[in-house]
Every structure is written in structure tokens, then in C-alpha cells.
Write a protein that binds this ligand. Structure first.
Ligand SMILES: [Zn+2]
Length: 133
């Protein structure tokens, strides 16, 4: 049926819509999220730095000329899809380098309640925010 020239696109689209409807129902039942994302460019875009690189279909490896990130083409696309879905849900990843967690030799560890996450408001910013709100 998919090979018939007249309605193959409609048939494929209907099958895909049935699949996504079922998946959405299942996700709702299991208490998780279902998000459809724009698939365009997910194989071209580097999952690490975001630079787009054209590659023919037969090239199965993603190798970023900008940051040197090398991974399977499909894994790179999967990370981009996950990232787009999380962004749509408002759970985006930080673009910045993660906070350094290792301590230089000879230093004493800082208690966890004194650690401030990168990008968090400073103590004075938090205090002034509390006064206003
Ligand atoms: Zn890159």
C-alpha cells in the first residue's frame, strides 16, 4: 500500500499519527512526557556545540569540525532530539561547562550548603529578591 503512487504519503502519515497518538497515550498513562520536536537538522547539528555540518546519508559518523566531537550519526541525532524535547518542556541543558567538582590537592572540602551552583543568584541578589516579593 505504501508503494502505490497515489496515497502512499497519506498512508505513511496516518500510520505515523497512529503511532504518535498511541505513544502519547502510553506516556500519559506512565506519568512521563510526550513531546514532538522539529526533526529538521537533527543529523546535521552537533549535539555538543550546535554547529551544523552537511553530510551525505552514507556517512554514518558525526565528526564536528568545530569542536572535534565524534559519535555515531544516529546517536548525535538522538541527543539533539532529546535536547529539543527537554528545551520544549523547559528543562534545557546548560550551555556552559559544568562546574568543576574536583578539588586541588591540599584543599579542604566546602560543606554542601555553602556551595552555590553556577548561574545561581548571589546571596545579596536572593535577599533583595525576597524583600521585593
Ligand atoms: Zn561540535
Amino acid at each position: 500500500m505504501l508503494e502505490s503512487p497515489r496515497n502512499s504519503r497519506n498512508t505513511a502519515s496516518a500510520a505515523w499519527n497512529t503511532f504518535t497518538d498511541m505513544l502519547e497515550t502510553k506516556c500519559g498513562r506512565e506519568g512521563t512526557y510526550f513531546v514532538e520536536v522539529e526533526p529538521e537538522g537533527t543529523t546535521k547539528e552537533c549535539a555538543q556545540c550546535g554547529v551544523e555540518t552537511d553530510k551525505p546519508l552514507w556517512v554514518r559518523e558525526h565528526s564536528c569540525p568545530a569542536c572535534g566531537f565524534e559519535v555515531d550519526r544516529d546517536a548525535n541525532a538522538a541527543w539533539n532530539i532529546l535536547s529539543r524535547g527537554l528545551t520544549e518542556l523547559g528543562v534545557g541543558h546548560s550551555e556552559e561547562t559544568p562546574v568543576e567538582t574536583a578539588l586541588p590537592a591540599g584543599t579542604t572540602p566546602v560543606p554542601a550548603k555553602r556551595v552555590v551552583e553556577a548561574g545561581s543568584p548571589t546571596l545579596s541578589e536572593r535577599v533583595s529578591a525576597n524583600r521585593v516579593g
